[in-house]
Design a protein around this ligand. Structure first.
Ligand code: ADP
Ligand code: MG
Length: 705
């Protein structure tokens, strides 16, 4: 172990920085050059075909086969002109990684002839074998086929790797029987639902609004490790986190890494992956050092949520590939090292209209403020109502190490809105009285609201770094999402719960208005009630404190769900079915399948870690300890043979004895763990197995560590 580490250090010291040279000093000159963008599509397609595709995208309708042939032909000639030889449907199966299977454009015809072909059929649909992707019991072997189907809302792109270039077509992935086997399909459905729910509410204020989209700007945190050091640790290279080892003597105590100057080797890596990302149209803008040593962050300009999700998946793939050019490995694990910060992927979420308005932006005029308050308060109400669902969407074996740990939001879902908005909410609650409301000077109230949302709101000082769900001026920031996660899970849930809430809201308003109530009065009254009903989820204090955990659970009745199996139990509740199945985001079968997959994945992850513990202990720790103990004993024998007294070798003897004690303890906890693992493996039921791994196997990890 020591030798491999020393030789790894030598390699690290001899590393040369890899020079990078972006195609131009101006990103604008190559930005999106590998994307089959709207502009290119317009240039390559007939006018009729172009508008037909655009309307299909806007209306969410199927694209006509003839038009698809035209699009495919132009995509092919564009891709070939860029040097692509193959194409693939690019999708997001429930493994969490992206998937691709390349087919050549080249089609042989005769012995020494052939042509490059790509039909509308191949663009619109492919049939990859689904049998080796997680399906949670949906797919049986005789219906192993799956379909990928083109998502025209996300542009096709060319992935460059080494000498090869491949045209990638973003798709959804469904089973032969029509069930979604990926993250994208439910996300797209949730976006459509949100659009349908939000537009009529917008129209209370502005009849010109005809479309609402959810926007997402993610912030991706990651660690970088030299390849040689990475490979010298089986735990790090296989599990993505260190299972053993001492806390660093110098971790982040001095707070000297955050926003520090970026080392040259890392800087070159950043430029390299940013260049590749920019060519792919990923709008990266921000880079900086994060809190822990070796930890960094990048963030793009926000985009329409499903494109943003695709771009995040693509970015993670690009970052991994580019890291190897620099002899680095990128770690997306939520907690690679104990004792220092873990990594998250803050999901900045809002809603925007086709009239260019951000619905979570407080705005300047009182009337706009009521629009803002409507969406703002409905979101809070939705989060209050479905906190358990949001908790479930961020649950994973990796994220369990982070939630509640150093600088990570706790497993209790609460929302932060800042003191200024909190006082606005309090004021509405106090002043908009059900009975006396009609007498109230509404203009005054609205003006007050206006004055109470000062510029200060957009100021960074009024921020709470400990909140899992924080309002940050013109968007909510879901901070508890894990760094390796596909954002879709969290975004699908958020879109769906807010949509459901908006539908309920509209129903209430319409009924009040029908009963003769003035519309603005009705809106304020209902919002007031929502504030009262959901304010116990609002928390402005320190989410890390022990007092909050106590208050949240004992006084406010909020849930503190600490482990993944408990969190994903939510998917089996009537409430989960109500929200997903009734809204047709997931069928009952799909929902159940997803839960099964998550239980299975959880158990497998812990199982792999448990096995690596065995490997580390038997192949590294015990041999190294015994070797050292032997050295000590040899030393003692030699000292004795030269007639040294016991006082001269007492220390060596103590250490040698201690090694035996530690090894005995280590072996017995390891054996207990292996016993528990074997027991867990015999369990058939996915849920029970996950619980067994969580409660009986994982609990022994710390002891071994
Ligand atoms: P901070 O670390 O202060 O939260 P960052 O600049 O790192 O800020 O990240 C903010 C993210 O929020 C960016 O990706 C940005 O594009 C995104 N964002 C800003 N406005 C919106 C919005 N209306 N909807 C979604 N995301 C947004
Ligand atoms: Mg942020």
């Amino acid at each position: 172990m020591l030798n491999s580490r020393t030789s790894a250090m030598e390699q690290v010291l001899n590393r040369k920085t890899v020079e990078v040279k972006p195609p131009s000093n101006r990103i604008s000159e190559y930005y999106g050059s590998n994307v089959f963008s709207d502009e290119i599509m317009r240039k390559h397609l007939s006018e009729e075909a172009y508008y037909s595709v655009k309307t299909s995208i806007q209306m969410g309708q199927k694209i006509d086969r003839k038009i698809a042939d035209q699009v495919a032909a132009s995509m092919k000639s564009w891709a070939i002109s860029k040097g692509a030889t193959h194409y693939t449907h690019w999708f997001q199966p429930l493994t969490g990684a992206t998937a691709e299977k390349h087919d050549s454009f080249f089609t042989p015809s005769g012995t020494a002839k052939g042509v490059e072909t790509f039909s509308g059929g191949s663009l619109v649909q492919q049939e990859p074998d689904a049998s080796s992707f997680p399906s949670g019991g949906i797919r049986s072997t005789f219906e192993a086929r799956g379909y990928t189907a083109w998502d025209p809302t996300s542009p096709a792109f060319i992935m460059e790797l080494g000498g090869g270039k491949t045209l990638c077509i973003p798709t959804i992935f469904v089973s032969y029987t029509g069930e979604a086997l990926d993250y994208k399909a439910p996300l797209l459905k949730s976006l459509q639902l949100l659009d349908q729910a939000a537009v009529p509410v917008c129209q209370y204020f502005d009849k010109n609004v005809t479309k609402v989209t959810a926007t997402l700007g993610w912030e991706q945190e990651y660690f970088l490790v030299d390849e040689a050091l990475f490979l010298s640790r089986p735990d790090l290279s296989i599990c993505g986190r260190t299972l053993m080892g001492h806390y660093p003597s110098k971790g982040q105590q001095l707070e000297d890494h955050y926003f520090g100057s970026i080392p040259e080797r890392i800087f070159n890596y950043m430029i390299d992956f940013e260049t590749e990302s920019h060519k792919l149209g990923i709008p990266l803008r921000t880079r900086h050092n994060e809190v822990a040593p070796g930890q960094f962050e990048c963030a793009p300009m926000f985009e329409e949520a499903s494109v943003a999700v695709d771009h995040n998946c693509l970015l993670m793939d690009v970052m991994e590939k580019v890291a190897r050019r620099h002899n680095l490995r990128v770690l997306f694990h939520e907690k690679p090292f104990a004792g220092v910060n873990g990594s998250g992927k803050h999901n900045n979420w809002s809603m925007g209209t086709d009239t260019g308005k951000n619905l979570l932006s407080p705005g300047k005029t009182p009337r706009n403020n009521l629009l803002f308050l409507t969406f703002f308060i409905n979101t809070i109400k939705a989060v209050h109502e479905y906190a358990d669902l949001l908790r479930a969407t961020i649950a994973s074996a990796n994220n369990d190490h982070r939630l509640g740990a150093n600088e990570a939001p706790p497993a209790i879902i609460s929302a932060f809105v800042g003191t200024a908005l909190r006082s606005v909410l309090d004021e509405i609650e106090k002043r908009v009285d059900e009975n006396t409301f009609d007498d109230l000077d509404k203009a005054d109230l609205k003006l007050d609201i206006h004055n109470k949302i000062p510029d200060l709101l957009l100021d960074n000082t009024d921020r709470n770094r400990t909140s899992p769900f924080a309002f940050t001026g013109n968007k909510f920031e879901f901070r508890a999402v894990g760094s390796s996660a596909n954002c879709s899970k969290a975004m699908t849930a958020l879109n769906t719960i807010v949509a459901t809430q908006l539908i309920a809201f509209k129903k209430e308003i319409d009924e009040l208005v029908k009963g003769g109530e003035n519309k603005d009065n009705a809106i304020l009254k209902v919002l007031r009630r929502y504030i009262s009903e959901s304010k116990n989820i609002l928390f402005e204090g320190d989410n890390y404190s022990a007092e909050w955990q106590k208050e949240a659970v004992e006084v406010r009745g909020l849930h503190n769900v600490k482990t993944t199996p408990e969190a994903i139990d939510f998917y089996a509740t009537a409430k989960a079915k109500d929200i997903f199945v009734k809204n047709k985001i997931l069928s009952e079968r799909e929902l159940h399948a997803r839960q099964e997959i998550e239980f299975e994945e959880y158990a497998k992850k812990i199982q792999i870690e448990a096995r690596i513990y065995g490997e580390l202990v038997y192949n590294y720790v015990i041999p190294a300890s015994v070797e050292y103990q032997n050295e000590l004993l040899d030393n003692i024998i030699k000292l004795k043979s030269l007639s040294f007294n016991e006082e001269h070798y007492k220390e060596q003897l103590d250490i040698a004895k201690n090694i035996t004690l530690h090894l005995n303890h280590l072996r017995s906890s390891l054996e207990r763990m292996v016993e528990e693992r074997k027991k867990a493996n015999r369990i058939e039921d996915a849920r029970e197995k996950a619980y067994a791994y969580c409660n009986n196997v994982k609990t022994l990890f710390d002891e071994i560590r």
